[in-house]
Ligand binder design. Structure first.
Ligand code: F6R
Length: 241
């Protein structure tokens, strides 16, 4: 694991954007794995800026998002489809046919998940996967006591995740209890992984990720075994290392 500790959120976002931009410049038809949540917002802003300055062209890029809430339609403002469109895709020249986000409302869950895995394989696999991390060490929505062998599947969200994500909803009761998420196996098959974390609330999860025992109780701990992981942290998230 390569650890980069930077001053603050802005620097973390710029570093992450620089890694993605150089990947796309070197390989214009790169396959990117993307995350939602608060953490990558600054990275998306920086990538939009680089696009507007003609530094990076997304026209041949393919993307696969980590997860989507189960039961939310694409146009629901809480859905990750809506988030991606409004925080990133509508500002860049990505081809909408190249955007992939798990479908939160497809009836046949198994077929839905298998289709997602098939599409990732057909695209040649993910070149760079961006990850955030939950306070409980979840990556994607792979919650504690995870099955490391799982591919894209329906997951039950952990109480801590529901509480933490309630900040995006009017009330905690509105937070979906399930999601479709890439599994750990899918994530680990990415050629490169960058994990971003900022703020003190993530410090313990980061400590467990980097220094803890590899265990299904801390899903992110499995990243210790991946050959090409870069963790970009602000000083607060790196506090316990
Ligand atoms: C989002 C995702 C989650 C988040 C994590 C951290 O697609 O898969 O694992 O990365 O919950 O969320 P934030 O960034 O809001 O703290």
């Amino acid at each position: 694991m390569e650890l980069l500790v930077v001053k603050d959120y802005e620097e973390m976002s710029k570093k992450a954007a620089a890694i993605i931009a150089s990947q796309v410049i070197i390989k214009p038809n790169s396959v990117l794995g993307l995350a939602t949540g608060d953490t990558p917002l600054g990275m998306y802003k920086e990538l939009i800026k680089r696009y507007k300055e003609n530094e990076v062209d997304f026209s041949k890029v393919k993307t696969f998002n980590l997860d989507e809430y189960y039961g939310l339609t694409k146009d629901n403002i809480q859905s990750y489809h809506f988030y991606m469109m409004n925080n990133f895709f509508k500002f860049i020249n990505i081809d909408s046919n190249n955007v992939n986000i798990p479908n939160g409302t497809y009836n046949d869950i198994e077929e839905n998940c298998l289709n997602y895995e098939r599409k990732i394989k057909e695209s040649g696999g993910i070149d760079v996967q961006v990850l955030g991390i939950g306070v409980n060490g979840h990556i994607g929505f792979n919650e504690p006591n995870v099955n490391f062998e799982a591919q894209t599947h329906l997951v039950n969200l952990d109480e801590k995740t529901i509480k933490s994500n309630a900040r995006f909803f009017n009330s905690i009761d509105e937070v979906p209890k399930q999601a479709i998420s890439m599994g750990i196996k899918t994530i680990l098959q990415s050629r490169k992984i960058i994990l971003l974390a900022n703020g003190e609330a993530k410090a313990e999860a980061i400590y467990n990720t980097v220094k803890g025992k590899i265990s299904p109780e801390v899903p992110s701990s499995i990243l210790q075994l991946h050959q090409n992981v870069t963790i970009i942290l602000d000083e607060s998230a790196a506090k316990l290392l």
